[in-house]
Design a protein around this ligand. Sequence first.
Ligand code: 5GP
Ligand code: ZN
Length: 120
Amino acid sequence: MSPVHFEDKCLFCKIIQKKIPSKIVYEDESALAFEDISPQAPVHLLIIPKTHIPRLADINAGDEKQLAHLFTIVRKLAEEKNILESGFRTVINSGEEAGQTVFHLHVHLMGGRAFHWPPG
Ligand code: 5GP
Ligand code: ZN
């Protein structure tokens, strides 16, 4: 895994460093998962790499293991939250038009209610 680096003004980098409190549900050396502060479903978690990658648009070939690792964590947390079989939604917003507001790559994991498609 590539070494972790933080960005001074990034909200999620501050959460990783525990400079801002959050409800952490999973942590290892390269990833963190915590509850979204404004949940859009009964389960709404954010899974992030510890290293600062601003957007999905910014990934490169060297990030493949890190990205796969995030989705392994998604599955583990979905199981823990009892939404593995009922169904869950993952969302990655990349860029302003997609609605990204925090520019540190994150996977939304949502479940515990029915979702609709198209998402709007
Ligand atoms: P985005 O819109 O960038 O895809 O998602 C950003 C998410 O971060 C939003 O769902 C928002 O509620 C969440 N968020 C923003 N600020 C904080 C915070 O300080 N703490 C936590 N736990 N979540 C946050
Ligand atoms: Zn960051």
